[in-house]
Design a protein around this ligand. Sequence first.
Ligand code: SF4
Ligand code: SF4
Length: 94
Amino acid sequence: MTSKEEEKSWKEISIAAVCWKPSTDFLTGDWKTFKPVRDLGKCIRCLLCVMFCPDGAIHWIAEKGDIEFDYNYCKGCGICANECPTKAIEMKIE
Ligand code: SF4
Ligand code: SF4
């Protein structure tokens, strides 16, 4: 146990791991328990889910004017469903 005076500042702590590759370089979506399923009638294409997805697993497809989930990379965390303002995304068991 260190006292407050003994604690190092952030400048004195060595750099730990650095993530230099995005997870989209590897297929990571095959172990999820839940998958996001969108209600097209509720979706207003606000793209908040695209911005919040930590795995880059939701894409804006300009030609379609719509989003698409890439289940190869979705890990089923549910952040998109949580952030969706219209509750258009439901997490369903795989
Ligand atoms: S956050 Fe919800 S409403 Fe917005 S684009 Fe995603 S699914 Fe559609
Ligand atoms: S469940 Fe998580 S990983 Fe999958 S699309 Fe939503 S935010 Fe991205």
